[in-house]
Design a protein around this ligand. Structure first.
Ligand code: SF4
Length: 539
């Protein structure tokens, strides 16, 4: 059956996108080859996974503040790229960058998993779920053969605290026997989530803008397979549908409309098929070697790709929750480091388009915490209180970053603004709850530290200088110590541990990036902080 849904784009917009795409594809092949050659020549240590992170996840029976271990393997990579007539696969996907570029033995993958577990436990944050976020499909036996699947899952089944396991797959590999095999390897009390990158319910956007290579009916068939198996294995399996927020060729406004239309579709599909579908918003990161980096870097190609703002993600959430009320579909939000070789992260940028706005971290982290509590009142309570503490006005006031973003993108009738105004009393009450107060205090501390690092605090010029010196010399240890000094200055009583994960210097060394974790040892909470700031800036 051919499922027809109206597109959010007019015929004129589609024609313009098709013309732009034709030009961009030719360039993309060269762009991709260059980047692939670079990445395949890197020193590849197959005893380690491609990446490991512990991030906020959905609440579990053990904890409200749950965390998920996310792991990606250095494996052969997604086979869809080989099948795709263009040889490119999904145009925005940069996961290939950390693959092994060759077949990898089962034992080596299992070694990578063990190394990933050790690294994950080493972060010191308890996690109760595991997400296999590899390049490609866990259920494709050409990528993960049955023995490899069995070995990995047997280890997971022995992990007493793991309640939820997520695997990812293209829909063509999702069938009853593949799902039963996975479920049978896990413990009877472990939930299996099958993540499928639908990206959008809009056929034109999925096909032309993304090059996804499957139709809506294939996605629905996969959901039906999962629903069928769910009857044999009650409460053991469910679907997670990934949505790409701001696909290539779309404006921020179109990206918001597309995500909302897809959320509505998923909500209706879940009701129609009587299945539980979780929607996961994946804010597009500009990874090197992709159509996004090509359109971002190459001024001659149209349309220029501008990094996604986290205001767009909050706007989508406010509209989705506002519309459906208590009946809302469960929405999760991906972490922004969930992509390889990111050139520009989705973030709230300053007017220069290069540095992160001081509020970026607060909005981003509040949205990550939404994964745990699913409460938009708490998100708005934290954002508005931290904003008020540092700026002294409402976060949606006249010259605020939110208002500037709305005006720049011609978004009228913002759901964030409307929701915040209609629910101002409830937001105030929420801000007085113990959970929200905790978040507000922790975020305010980090905000004050970022003020020093980013050069907004005139009282800490020496610290700012020493942070820059450590960043320029690439000395992570010394950088970590300087960040600790900042925390000691702004929150002398707090028992916190900060760990620098990564650093980067931007074009012409004008910008610095620092990515670090902050662990509150007393509250057993972890926050990931990403800052991009101008080097040499002094107030
Ligand atoms: S998004 Fe998924 S299906 Fe598409 S190329 Fe990347 S790994 Fe493959």
């Amino acid at each position: 059956m051919n499922i027809k849904r109206p597109s959010i784009l007019s015929q004129d917009r589609k024609a313009a996108i098709k013309a732009n795409r034709a030009m961009a594809i030719l360039e993309l092949k060269l762009h991709r080859e260059r980047h692939k050659a670079l990445m395949s020549r890197r020193e590849i240590n197959l005893s380690e996974p491609a990446w490991v992170r512990v991030n906020p996840g959905p609440s579990s029976s053990r904890a409200r503040s749950s965390y998920r271990l996310c792991i990606g393997f250095q494996n052969i990579g997604c086979k869809y790229r080989e099948r795709d007539a263009e040889g490119l696969g999904c145009l925005m996907c940069g996961y290939y960058a950390r693959t092994a570029f060759k077949d990898v033995d089962r034992k080596v993958i299992v070694e990578q998993f063990k190394a990933g577990l050790i690294a994950g436990y080493g972060e010191g944050t308890r996690f109760d779920s595991i997400e296999f976020l590899n390049d490609g499909s866990f259920l494709n036996t050409d990528e993960f053969d049955k023995e490899t699947q069995a070995d990995l899952l047997a280890t997971v089944s022995r992990m007493r605290y793991i309640e939820r396991v997520l695997i990812e797959s293209r829909p063509e590999h999702v069938n009853g026997s593949a799902l039963r095999f996975v479920l049978d390897q896990l413990r009877g009390d472990q939930l299996l989530e099958v993540g499928i990158g639908l990206e959008t319910a809009d056929d034109f956007i999925r096909d032309v803008c993304i090059n996804k290579g499957f139709a809506l009916e294939e996605f629905e068939d996969a959901v039906s397979e999962i629903a069928c198996v769910a009857q044999e294995y009650p409460n053991r399996i469910s679907t997670v549908a990934y949505l790409l927020v701001k696909p290539p060729f779309l404006t921020q406004r179109e990206g918001v409309e597309d995500a909302l239309s897809t959320l509505e579709y998923l909500h209706a599909l879940g009701a129609r098929r009587h299945v539980h579908i979780v929607a996961k918003l994946e804010p597009a990161a500009i990874a090197d070697g992709t159509i996004l980096s090509l359109l971002y870097q190459n001024a001659e190609l149209r349309p220029h790709y501008e990094p996604l703002s986290y205001w767009a993600v909050l706007e989508i959430l406010a509209r989705a929750v506002g519309k459906k009320g208590g009946d809302a579909i469960e929405v999760r939000i991906g972490a922004r480091e969930d992509m390889d070789d990111v050139l520009m992260a989705p973030a709230i940028y300053n007017a220069d388009g290069e540095t992160f706005h001081p509020l970026d971290f607060v909005v981003y982290e509040s949205l990550q915490k939404f994964n745990q509590h699913q409460d938009i009142l708490r998100v708005l309570a934290v954002v508005s209180r931290v904003y008020h503490r540092f700026y002294g006005g409402p976060f949606d006031g006249r010259d605020s970053s939110l208002m500037q973003w709305l005006v720049q993108n011609a978004i009228e009738g913002s759901a964030i603004v409307e929701f915040a105004r209609q629910n101002s009393e409830a937001i105030k009450q929420e801000a007085e709850t113990e959970d929200a107060k905790y978040d507000i205090e922790l975020m305010s501390m980090i905000y004050a530290v970022l003020d020093i690092m980013e050069g907004y605090s005139k009282d800490a010029r020496d610290l700012k200088q020493s942070i820059e010196d450590a960043l320029m010399s690439g000395d992570k240890k010394s950088l970590g110590l300087r960040i600790d000094d900042c925390f000691k200055g702004v929150a002398p009583g707090a028992i916190l541990q900060s760990t620098v994960i990564d650093t980067k210097r931007g074009r012409d060394s004008q910008y610095g990036e620092v990515f670090f974790d902050v662990k509150d040892l007393l509250g057993d909470e972890k926050v990931s902080v990403w800052s991009r700031f101008a080097l040499g800036r002094r107030v």
